[in-house]
Design a protein around this ligand. Structure first.
Ligand SMILES: [Zn+2]
Length: 337
């Protein structure tokens, strides 16, 4: 028969001497493990003569409970001691002055904020809309017919649900605004857009800011003035601006807007392909078909819309020649701004 009294004393002594959790784990294994002394004592109960078995069994089980509690208590003590030691070693001197590490906004965010500020100062409101958009808002109601090449799978990301896509421009926000607000409307719609493009000047995701004005007696001249003021504010110089006749399904007449090259001042360089001009946005008078699809009376109202790529403007403003730099999040690049 195992001497339970002696076992208990040995256990108590060993546990009290244990000074680390790993030592304690060894003791636990020695007494309570698969072949531990107490485990063996329990296994031995069945060999004890019938008349002593009950009393002995009770003692063994009591010892087991005692051992478990004792080890658990010591474990907590050791944890406290280790924590105290750690705290005393790893203390922080909060009085040492720290050099604060200042972050900055991403260059695209900075550019977006500047664009917004300029238009807000001219009385525009900022509107936003969903990036997963109805095909109807992205194309149909903007007078982009079913057979238009922009709808091609090669240009547009369609999602796994009939009638939905990743918006290819922020124009659907204009549709949503016209459906929910009565004119006068003076808004810009900034946000992410998606197209299946991927090269040094195109990214499959990029940012756009579009603008929409709907009011009585709005003319091409209002549009021209608004865009010229914006571009000169944005580039912080009195850049030459020209409007070239162009075509968009949702505006008529339509124009591309060029500024005198801000890199070479119009003398000709690689960025402007020696032309001295840089294309910066598209614009036009809102097509009557678009107004009609939104229930706006073309007898009373007219308006203009414009759209620009934020990365394009940021590249020209900061003098960056690869759009990918904006998305790689290289910390050395980002620290430049
Ligand atoms: Zn140039």
């Amino acid at each position: 028969m195992i001497d339970l009294k002696a076992l208990e004393e040995d256990l108590r002594e060993e546990v009290s001497k244990a000074s680390s959790l790993s030592q304690l784990a060894q003791i636990k294994a020695k007494y309570l493990g698969k072949n531990g002394y107490i485990t063996q004592a329990i296994a031995n109960i069945k060999n004890i003569p019938q008349e002593e078995r009950k009393e002995y069994g009770a003692k063994v089980n009591k010892l087991k409970e005692y051992a478990e509690n004792l080890i658990r208590q010591r474990e907590e003590e050791i944890r406290k001691i280790e924590l105290q030691e750690k705290l005393s070693k790893e203390w922080l001197d909060l009085s040492i002055p720290l050099e604060p590490a200042y972050g900055t906004y991403h260059p695209i965010t900075q550019t977006l904020n500047r664009i917004k500020e300029i238009f807000i100062s001219m009385g525009f409101s900022v509107m936003e809309g969903p990036e997963v958009e109805l095909e109807e808002y992205n194309f149909d109601m903007l007078n982009i017919p079913k057979e238009h090449p922009a709808r091609d799978m090669q240009d547009t990301f369609y999602v796994n649900k009939e009638g939905y896509l990743l918006r290819t421009h922020t124009s659907p926000v204009q549709i949503r605004t016209m459906l929910s607000h009565k004119p006068p409307i003076y808004i810009i719609a900034p946000g992410k857009v998606y197209r299946r493009d991927d090269d040094p000047t195109h990214s499959p995701m990029f940012h756009q800011v579009e603008g929409l004005v709907v009011d009585k007696d709005i003319s091409f001249g209002h549009m021209k003035y608004t865009i010229e003021v914006f571009l000169r504010e944005f580039f912080e110089v009195n850049v030459p601006v020209r409007f070239r006749a162009s075509y968009f399904p949702f505006t008529e007449p339509s124009a591309e807007v060029d500024i005198g090259c801000v890199i070479c001042n119009g003398e000709g360089c690689r960025v402007c392909k020696q032309s001295g001009w840089l294309e910066v946005m598209g614009c036009g008078m809102v097509h009557p078909a678009v107004f009609e699809s939104c229930g706006i009376d073309t007898e009373i109202y007219s308006g203009f819309a414009f759209g620009m790529g934020v990365e394009r403007l940021a590249m020209l403003y900061f003098g960056i020649d690869n759009i990918k730099l904006f998305f790689e999040n290289n910390i050395r690049f980002l620290r430049e701004f």
